[in-house]
Design a protein around this ligand. Structure first.
Ligand SMILES: Cc1cc2nc3c(=O)[nH]c(=O)nc-3n(C[C@H](O)[C@H](O)[C@H](O)COP(=O)(O)OP(=O)(O)OC[C@H]3O[C@@H](n4cnc5c(N)ncnc54)[C@H](O)[C@@H]3O)c2cc1C
Length: 376
């Protein structure tokens, strides 16, 4: 018994329904609407607001620390590893150019990697340092990384024997970035609907039916599933596994010296300053099986490791309380770090498995996914 007004406006079949209002889903909707202003583009998000990794991360605009990049080169070869650095670097430039630094809260305060006393990673990085800078020269420019001998003292770090810095990275304000993106997407004419939990997809004549929680069904001409770490809840055959990341935030620290973003141990630990506090996360490598979960929450094992790093290295001899803890679910491929961007049914494209790099590559993954949508 819908009126003609409802049928022609609210119920009109979308040309594109995007599932998931994270960085990828929102940027994909934005790209599609820019390319086809006449299209009806909707985003369906099950949370009351964007509720995935895009609002749970640590807010690092980074393209990889030296130990991470050297490990990637060793594992995958130069061509594949450097291609991903290029995607990350170009993605960050596009994110900043499209949104503006103020809207994403980007601070050009630099990215760093630290090495402890007798840290075997230091020897590996020292050995590969010049070669890595040489390889990066064509992507990020000459001398991307440099040693910062006074770094540990400058930033008040203990147990840190060596530090590398790049001026090209820095933190973003994740919450501000996502609010700005949401506003931009709405301004462009995309409809974003929250509280819409997609249960399953069914092939339909000239499109696909999206069966939503509560029994409501929406037919769309095309669907883009951008649910990243959650994608197997919907499409269990895809090789994207959930990978939880845990984070903590301290109370304000008086006289905090820390400034910028910091990595340790091939990027498995990361910390930064935020609002005069320390924000610290990672440690997933300590319990990869346990962190292969969609559950929100923190565990004593990983929280203890994070607090140990905090108390011994980042804020030595300071008894600062933890104000807040949270977790977020990333998506990792079973093999390698390349995201999955593919058409999996005549009217269904998937973009998922951003391997903990979505702040950097999300814009470009979204663009690739829209490219597939357009090639129907
Ligand atoms: C702790 C942590 C640290 C990180 N650090 C970095 C970093 O330093 N640098 C970096 O580049 N990246 C980092 N990332 C990764 C980055 O945040 C992600 O790669 C990126 O946000 C993924 O974006 P997305 O849009 O693909 O997925 P998400 O942001 O996860 O969005 C998916 C959305 O889909 C929704 N959804 C799921 N299932 C359904 C359904 N059935 N129906 C409707 N909606 C659904 C979810 O609620 C969610 O909002 C980190 C992530 C975490 C958790």
């Amino acid at each position: 018994m819908y009126s003609i007004w409802e049928q022609r406006s609210f119920l009109a079949r979308p040309d594109l329904a995007v599932v998931g209002a994270g960085l990828v889903g929102l940027f994909a909707a934005l790209h599609a609407k820019r390319l086809h202003p006449g299209w009806k583009v909707v985003v369906l998000e099950r949370g009351p607001h964007p509720s995935g990794a895009s609002v749970r991360n640590a807010g690092f605009a980074c393209f990889g620390s030296p130990s991470e990049l050297l490990a990637d080169i060793a594992a995958e070869g130069e061509a594949a590893a450097l291609h991903r650095v290029e995607e990350r670097w170009k993605g960050l430039l596009e994110l900043r150019a499209d949104m503006g630094d103020a809207a994403i809260g980007f601070e050009p305060s630099g990215g760093h990697e630290i090495y402890g006393v007798d840290d075997p990673l230091y020897n590996r990085v020292a050995e590969g340092f010049d070669r890595l800078n040489g390889l990066l020269a064509e992507i990020t420019g000459p001398k991307t990384f440099r040693w910062l001998p006074d770094g540990p003292a400058r930033f008040g770090l203990a147990r840190t024997a060596h530090m590398v810095r790049t001026d090209l990275e820095g933190p973003v304000d994740t919450g501000r970035m996502m609010r700005s993106l949401l506003a931009k997407v709405s301004e462009a004419g995309v409809e974003v609907h929250f509280g819409q939990d997609l249960q399953r997809l069914e092939n339909a004549a000239e499109g696909v039916d999206l069966v939503l929680g509560g029994g409501h069904t929406l037919r769309a001409r095309q669907v883009l599933v951008a649910t990243n770490g959650y994608v197997r809840q919907l499409l269990p055959d895809l090789d994207v596994e959930p990978a939880r990341g845990q984070v903590l935030l301290t109370e304000p620290v008086s006289g905090l010296k820390l400034k910028g973003t910091f990595h340790a141990q091939e990027g498995y630990f990361y910390f930064r300053d935020f609002d005069g506090r320390v924000l610290l996360g990672g440690g997933r490598h300590l319990d990869k099986a346990g962190e292969r979960t969609w559950e929100d929450g923190t565990t004593p094992r990983i929280m203890e490791a994070l607090e140990d790093l905090l108390r011994t290295t980042i804020l030595p001899n300071q008894n600062v309380a933890i104000a807040h803890r949270w977790s977020g679910v990333m998506g990792f491929r079973a093999q390698g770090k390349e995201p999955l961007v593919a058409r999996i049914a005549p009217s269904v494209v998937v973009a998922a498995g951003l391997s903990g790099m979505g702040v950097a590559i999300g814009v470009r993954v979204a663009r690739r996914a829209v490219g597939l949508v357009l090639r129907l």
